[in-house]
Design a protein around this ligand. Structure first.
Ligand code: FPP
Length: 247
């Protein structure tokens, strides 16, 4: 596929929405939508790796998703295990390292084990980071970061008042990652849904009506091309933004 990107996001984040509706429209159980959704995950990971995107963050399971029927939660957990087992070798071979944000400690212990093993097996890989948001909520992440900061500050005897955005960012789950340049949300919903609230201060957003299981490499390329036409100013005027290479 001829892509011809003039600018690639360094960090792409995706809210993979619409699995349930995809299944509903076919009179299938919701789980079938998630199964197809997992195939879309594989397509997108491969495309991002091929094009040289450095960080891909996927909203795979939110803290709020625990409230879904047990059967659906169990099916999502099974799909996650299947994905990790089937992709581990390919991730190792293709230089992809796995990372997790959120509260993986909420997941069943056998999944925590597989996650830890995959993270360990891929930790030396430097081509791309696949960052899975699991049991993730942006507000909860910010609170956890603040609690960690307070604990540290107390231990070190730091006076309150000097906290900078940079220092605070280092207490977030995304410590060390660039902020997302582009967020894609599928299925026509136009919301952030508690995803990367701190990190998305200046993220470009691309909404599409396509349901996640139908999301293709071609549409991902479209979204990236659209991103390439955006003028990012970070609160400055165009001339200033251009001079620091952000346009
Ligand atoms: C939103 O669709 C999607 C989810 C809550 C889960 C996303 C999970 C996958 C794409 C598959 C497994 C993930 C991996 C990483 C292998 P929805 O169910 O809210 O759809 P709806 O709004 O149409 O009901």
């Amino acid at each position: 596929m001829e892509t011809g990107f003039n600018k690639l996001p360094r960090h792409l984040a995706i809210i993979m929405d619409g699995n349930g509706r995809w299944a509903q429209r076919r009179s299938l159980p919701r789980v079938e939508g998630h199964r197809k959704g997992a195939e879309a995950v594989r397509r997108v990971v491969r495309a991002c790796r091929k094009w040289g995107i450095k960080v891909l963050t996927l909203y795979a399971f939110s803290l709020e998703n625990w409230q879904r029927p047990k059967e659906e939660v169990d099916a999502l957990m099974d799909l996650l295990v299947e994905f990790l087992q089937s992709e581990k070798q390919e991730m190792v071979e293709n230089g992809i390292s796995l990372r997790v944000i959120g509260r993986p400690e909420d997941l069943p212990s056998h999944i925590q084990r597989i996650l830890a093993e995959t993270i360990e097996a891929t930790s030396q890989n430097g081509k791309m980071i696949l960052n899975l948001a699991l049991s993730y909520s942006g507000r909860s992440e910010i609170l956890r970061a603040f609690e960690r900061y307070l604990k540290d500050a107390r231990q070190k005897g730091v006076e309150p008042g000097g906290l900078t955005e940079e220092v605070f960012s280092s207490y977030l789950d995304t410590d060390g990652l660039p902020e997302p340049d582009l967020l894609i949300r599928t299925s026509g919903e136009q919301r952030i849904s508690n995803f990367l609230l701190w990190q998305m201060a200046y993220t470009e957003i691309y909404f599409t009506e396509t349901l996640w299981p139908d999301f293709t490499e071609e549409e991902l390329a479209e979204a990236i091309k659209d991103y390439g036409r955006r003028e990012r100013r970070f609160g400055r005027i165009p001339r200033q933004a251009a001079s620091c290479g952000e346009v």
